[in-house]
Design a protein around this ligand. Structure first.
Ligand code: SAM
Length: 278
């Protein structure tokens, strides 16, 4: 079943959290000048999003995500940086395009770095390949990113961010994500891993988080509820980061209260930022 298209959701509150974290991790990793780095994206999507397309404009989810940050003059520094990355795709100044996780990585990574992108939906895999064009750093695979992890780890560079952003269209994605991270962190213990998840079905999410938090790995968990918890429908999202860069907790501590003020309704639960032992 492949009905999920991320273009319907581009630039929403969940993308803000996920892409903020991606940028902070990658900008930290590229600081080691001259050291090779690999970016692996198991669920890459189409690359970039046209916010005027029929997909994105159907529910205009970006209106309650990136659009709320676009004109703000009081953004915390990491969010200024995030919005600047989106501005780079909108040179006219009007918000018309939104970068996906591969486009953000391609902008941050240097010439000697590598991007390995997996996308299962045939249309989005085609778009991704067209977006990647002839960039010699990028390899696109129209295949299952969860299954591919086993073969691509550890990367020859020995330094990598693995971005895992499943649609959770099928309930098995929750267990598959745990299995993938357990296997991956055994094969490549020093890698940085970012797993995105929705806040929607408490049972499945909390079972997944209990298993992830029980892994003997250094981690950071950040959750941003934007609506009151409901029986149905996504009311926020979270990211689980393995081997987070040392500054990430502080940077998110600076941004999450701001994002809560700007993106969440007053009756939403408070954000959570938890490290090992919290
Ligand atoms: N990371 C993207 C971004 O930031 O723009 C969005 C990804 S979207 C949440 C999830 C994507 O995973 C969809 O494009 C979907 O077609 C794709 N997908 C679903 N199952 C997959 C799998 N097993 N392997 C690779 N891609 C998959």
């Amino acid at each position: 079943m492949l009905s999920y298209r991320h273009a319907f959701h581009a630039g929403n509150h969940a993308d803000v959290l996920k892409h903020l974290v991606e940028i902070l991790v990658l900008e930290y990793l590229v600081q080691k000048a001259g050291k090779p780095l690999r970016y692996i994206d198991t669920h890459a999507g189409p690359g970039t999003y046209d916010l005027g397309s029929s997909f994105a404009s159907k529910n205009r989810e970006f209106d309650t995500g990136i659009s709320r940050l676009w004109e703000r003059s009081d953004l915390p520094r990491p969010l200024v940086n995030y919005v600047d990355h989106v501005r780079a795709l909108n040179p006219g100044g009007e918000l018309q395009h939104y970068p996906g996780s591969p486009a953000l990585a391609a902008k941050i990574l240097h010439a000697g770095h590598r991007l390995q992108l997996f996308e299962l939906h045939p249309d989005d895999a085609g778009r991704l390949q067209r977006w990647a064009g002839r960039d010699p750093r990028i390899k696109v695979r129209h295949s299952d990113g969860f299954a591919a992890l086993k073969a691509v780890l550890p990367p020859v560079e020995k330094r990598a961010l693995v971005m895992i952003d499943p649609p959770y269209e099928v309930k098995t994605d929750y267990d598959t994500a745990v299995d993938a991270l357990q296997l991956a962190s055994r094969k490549f213990a020093t890698g940085v891993y970012v797993l995105w998840y929705p806040l929607l079905n408490r049972g499945l999410v909390s079972a997944m988080l209990s298993k992830l938090r029980a892994m003997s790995v250094k981690h950071l968990l950040a959750e941003l509820p934007v609506m009151p918890a409901a029986e149905q429908g996504m009311y926020g999202s979270g990211v689980f980061v393995i081997n987070p860069p040392w500054l990430l907790q502080q940077q998110l501590q600076e941004c999450l209260p701001y994002l809560q003020d700007v993106l969440a309704s007053p009756d939403a639960e408070r954000f959570r930022l938890l490290a090992n032992g919290d």
